[in-house]
Design a protein around this ligand. Sequence first.
Ligand SMILES: NC(=O)c1ccc[n+]([C@@H]2O[C@H](COP(=O)([O-])OP(=O)(O)OC[C@H]3O[C@@H](n4cnc5c(N)ncnc54)[C@H](O)[C@@H]3O)[C@@H](O)[C@H]2O)c1
Length: 309
Amino acid sequence: MKAVVTGGTGFIGSHVVDLLQKKGYQVAVIDIQPPGVFWKVPTGVEVLEMDVATEECEEFIASYQPDAIFHLAARASVIESIHNPHEDARTTIDGMLRVLEGARRANSKKVVFSSTAAVYGNPSVAMPIGEETMIGPISPYGSSKLAAEYYLRVYRELYGIDYAILRYANVYGPRQGISGEGGVIAIFSKAAIQGKTLRLFGDGGHTRDYIYVADVARANLLAAEKDGSFVLNISTGTETSNRELIDYIQAVAGHALDVSQEPERPGDIRRSALAPANALSTIGFKAVTGIRAGLEETYRWMRDWVHHV
Ligand SMILES: NC(=O)c1ccc[n+]([C@@H]2O[C@H](COP(=O)([O-])OP(=O)(O)OC[C@H]3O[C@@H](n4cnc5c(N)ncnc54)[C@H](O)[C@@H]3O)[C@@H](O)[C@H]2O)c1
């Protein structure tokens, strides 16, 4: 099996590449950034420094003829999308069209797309949020991801290319930097290791659904290998509050952390968790790494790489 991974030198993408290579896939990576210091590109994996939203990218996919495309390239930040909505849209929407046109010309069978909980916005429904929930993004990032999801549906109708839309909860784990969508565990761990004060916005009651990166990589593989088209939350369904996170990190660090409580940030969603049941029934995916075990792995990794993150 041949695969292209866009965004493959990034945090989640590099874990997807490692897993695909281990499973015997022939892999080519498209990313605008070269691999960082903490990821060793596996043997046989080709890395092309290329902008996903370009004709060059489409041409490459058309000629490489992958069976599946794992499309992760994005400016993965809500805040950045508010400051620079054009660049966010260019990467996510033009990027999706380049991927889809490449897939059409290559007769690829499937596109696995990294989407996000941000497509749901701030819904007034009970947690955890199901995939059928009325969607209403409240950021340029969520809007462009939702638009990209619709292009996948259109190309399924027009050309029969199957899609797997994977809406991730907050992903964390080794190789995550301190910016980006789900970086709070990386930010807290880095501060704990460097003996700095942790900045806690609000009363500590804000919750997120944290999913470990190795589980997310496995979900990508399962989604690619299952026939058909589907939209799935990739999540644990469990909420962890900032206060709990701090307690867990203190336990892993083995010392008390200095925490400064600051005013709640406007627009910060108070609670978030995504229902994981459809991922289990559709592709047999269940997250297996609990928050404590995942945090320990992340913290251990962070200790070695703290000056590069
Ligand atoms: N981290 C999370 O919690 C989370 C949650 C939901 C969805 N996602 C999605 O998962 C995907 C991967 O996110 P991540 O956390 O690994 O972030 P990341 O920033 O580490 O990875 C994104 C990669 O895309 C690359 N990229 C950006 N613009 C590009 C362009 N124009 N052309 C080619 N490559 C480009 C970056 O260089 C980077 O390597 C993204 O699509 C993101 O929106 C992430």
